[in-house]
Structures are given as C-alpha cells and as structure tokens.
Design a binder for this molecule. Structure first.
Ligand code: AMP
Length: 184
C-alpha cells in the first residue's frame, strides 16, 4: 500500500508517524500544515492569506488549499505513492480529492484514523510549543476537528477504506502497528 491518508485530531501523532513511514517507504509526506507554515515563514502570497486562519486555529479556505494539493500530487516524486497528512480536512476537500484522484488515475489504498482521547491531545499539544499551540487556539482546533474533520471518519468507513489505530501508545508502538498495516 503506497497511498495513504492520515486522519485524526490535532496532537494524535499524524505528522510524526507520517514522516517516519514516508521516509521508510521512500514516498513523499505531504502535510498541508507544513506547506502552509513554510508559506507563512517565506512571506508568500499564500502564507499572507493563510496566516490569520492558522493563528486562530480555523481551517484555511478550501480555495487556498485545493490547487496546492493538486500541484503537489502532480509532481514526479508523488507518482509512486504518498502519505497525505492534514488533508482532507472536511467533506468538500474529500470530494475534491476523489475527483482529483480519478482524474490522475490514482486511488487511495487506505485511510488511517489515529485515535487518541481528548485529554491526552490537550496535554500533548500544550507540550509541543508551536505558535498555534496555546490553550485557546487548541480548543478552537479541537472544535474545528470535531465539527468539520471528524465526519470524514464515517465518510471513509462507509467505503470500507478506514482503519483505526490506537494512537495512545508510544511512538514506537504506533509505528509498528502502521508498518504491520501497510505490509498486510
Ligand atoms: P496542521 O499542521 O495539519 O495541524 O495544520 C495547521 C493549520 O494549518 C490548521 O489549523 C489550519 O489552519 C491549516 N490547515 C492545514 N491543513 C489544512 C487543510 N487541509 N484545510 C484547511 N486548513 C488547513
């Protein structure tokens, strides 16, 4: 399996696990959050438009995200596979991804849902120290996750693409579960 979507709330460990698995599988780790943070740091037009949403913990408008994903998945290094981390983030984005994959003749092998209890997420996020990791913004990000992103769990479960993994274990154990999954 070489085309995976990582789903899960902020702080579930998606970024850490996606980076490790992508490196081990020699496929790109496509994190829309990383791409946006780089755009903010670089002061690009995208970064300037995205920053205030990110600072508040809200989703950046789809109009800023969709072309970016299309461009990234069209690059040559993404033809053999990819791990999407932080995208799709709502049902509209998931439908866009479906259409995009059909258009470029690819399909997603599996959607990994990393499950972690809320109280563990807050503790992890507070310890991370990222600019958007203060308590008020964390609350907004969890609320946005619940209302906009969590519906994707049923969206992908209905298509038998969802695999849930207990993310409330050590990084090593979650990594082992993921490697087992993709080798199965
Ligand atoms: P992340 O690193 O995935 O937690 O993303 C950090 C922030 O970037 C989020 O709180 C959003 O403001 C923005 N972001 C990342 N990915 C997306 C996306 N697919 N759609 C909308 N906003 C996003």
């Amino acid at each position: 399996m070489a085309r995976l979507i990582f789903l899960g709330p902020p702080g579930a460990g998606k970024g850490t696990q996606a980076a490790e698995l992508a490196a081990a599988s020699a496929i790109p780790h496509v994190s829309t959050g990383d791409i946006l943070r780089a755009a903010v740091a670089g002061g690009t037009e995208l970064g300037q438009k995205a920053q205030s949403y990110m600072d508040r913990g809200e989703l950046v408008p789809d109009a800023l995200i969709l072309d970016l994903v299309r461009d990234r998945l069209s690059q040559s290094d993404a033809q053999a596979g990819w791990i999407l981390d932080g995208f799709p983030r709502n049902v509209e984005q998931a439908k866009f991804l479906d259409a995009l994959l059909a258009e470029i003749g690819q399909s997603c092998d599996c959607v990994v849902n990393l499950e972690v209890p809320d109280e563990v997420l807050v503790t992890r996020l507070l310890g991370r120290g990222r600019a958007d990791d203060n308590e008020e913004v964390i609350r907004t990000r969890l609320a946005v996750y619940r209302s906009q992103t969590a519906p994707l769990i049923d969206f992908y479960r209905d298509r038998q693409q969802l695999v849930s993994i207990d993310g409330n274990q050590s990084i090593e154990h979650v990594g082992m579960a993921l490697r087992q999954l993709i080798s199965s």
